[in-house]
Design a protein around this ligand. Structure first.
Ligand SMILES: [Mn+2]
Length: 195
């Protein structure tokens, strides 16, 4: 089983993240930020990655540190669980509709962090959750997971739907990329021989 557990403690947050890439999409995510838990649940469910997140953060300030630092820890956990990336498909993409929202995600588990983010929200918040934190999460996740990640909003008028479609699109792309390619299960998918 490709799995990892990361703990990360700073003056702002105290986090543990457990992932199992060969799971079935079970989840237990408790960050103290309800909407964010809902998004992490979507990520696990649609990537078929088992995910358990605990975060005790400085929510008396705002949600920023908690969301960003969970992104960092989740990226680190993904990278550790992937190991040398032998046998993975490496690339994944998904065009995901959710009612009015249509989001495209494409990613490469390249080891080269790069985020291209073109997701505008019509409102600054979803309930009490700042919509700008969605980008912050994926920036941290891509950076620490070594992921080249492109996410584009092609349509959408409801911020909750747009955010959820973004998480689900990335999840489906991730599912594809981390899966083992049976035709080349013992090889690292790069002509360089390393990722
Ligand atoms: Mn929802």
């Amino acid at each position: 089983m490709r799995s990892a557990r990361i703990t990360r403690t700073t003056a702002e947050t105290d986090i543990s993240v457990s992932v199992s890439l060969d799971g079935t999409g079970t989840y237990d995510n408790q960050t103290g930020v309800g909407f964010f838990d809902h998004m992490l649940d979507q990520l696990a469910r649609h990537a078929l990655i088992d995910l358990e997140v605990r975060c005790s953060g400085d929510l008396h300030i705002d949600d920023h540190h908690s969301v960003e630092d969970v992104g960092i820890a989740l990226g680190q956990a993904l990278a550790e669980a992937l190991g040398d990336k032998r046998g993975i498909r490496r690339y994944g993409a998904c065009l995901l509709p959710m009612d009015d929202a249509l989001v495209r995600a494409a990613l490469d588990l390249s080891g080269r962090p790069y985020l291209v983010w073109s997701v505008d929200f019509p409102t600054p918040a979803i309930g009490r959750f700042d919509t700008e934190l969605v980008r912050e999460f994926f920036q941290a996740f891509a950076t620490h997971g070594g992921i080249t990640l492109h996410v584009d909003r092609l349509h959408g008028i409801n911020s909750h739907h747009i955010a959820e479609a973004a998480f689900k699109a990335v999840a489906r792309a991730l599912r594809e990329a981390v899966e083992t390619d049976a035709r080349k299960a013992d090889a690292i998918p790069s002509t360089k021989g390393a990722l």
